[in-house]
Ligand binder design. Structure first.
Ligand code: CMP
Length: 143
């Protein structure tokens, strides 16, 4: 069993897509372990996107990600990282496969609705930024 960090970004919250996005993961059979509706500070954004500091898209990314509330989540299940990445689609909405969240709802790379961890290492790191261990719930779940 694996865990991943997923976050509906400010554009997804503002467009009323939290329910739609959560529903897709629920219907897939994945298990919600934690969730938090919150607003990122610039410091938290820098921690999250440390690998992108210095890139040309970093300043607009921080402006955007701190511009409104986000819905931060931890999901768990077998192969949850690869499965959710596939359901989210490629970063660039133009390249996202039909039926993915970004293909169905996003137009622009800078406003791509949702973040998903890309490896077990980044999942562990990102979960640790947003959640304490005791906030991750284990409970009976059937698919
Ligand atoms: P995310 O998966 O949250 O990780 C980094 C974010 O930076 C990415 O989604 C995009 O929203 C944003 N971004 C903007 N331009 C680029 C780019 N050229 N390459 C990667 N990410 C980009």
């Amino acid at each position: 069993m694996e865990r991943t960090f997923l976050m509906v970004k400010p554009d997804g919250v503002q467009r009323g897509l939290i329910g739609e996005i959560v529903s897709r993961f629920e219907r897939k059979g994945l298990q919600l372990a934690a969730a938090k509706f919150m607003r990122l500070t610039p410091e938290l954004a820098e921690k999250h996107y440390a690998e992108h500091v210095g890139k040309p898209f970093y300043p607009p990314l921080v402006d955007f990600i701190t511009s409104g509330p986000v819905f931060a989540m931890v999901w768990q299940g077998d192969n949850v990282i690869a499965l959710t990445r596939a359901m989210i689609g490629k970063t660039n909405a133009l390249e996202a496969a039909p039926g993915t969240i970004r293909s169905d709802y996003a137009v622009h790379t800078n406003f791509n609705l949702i973040h998903g961890s890309d490896s077990p290492e980044s999942a562990e790191r990102e979960i640790g930024i947003y959640f304490n261990q005791d906030e991750l719930l284990d409970y009976e779940h059937s698919v």
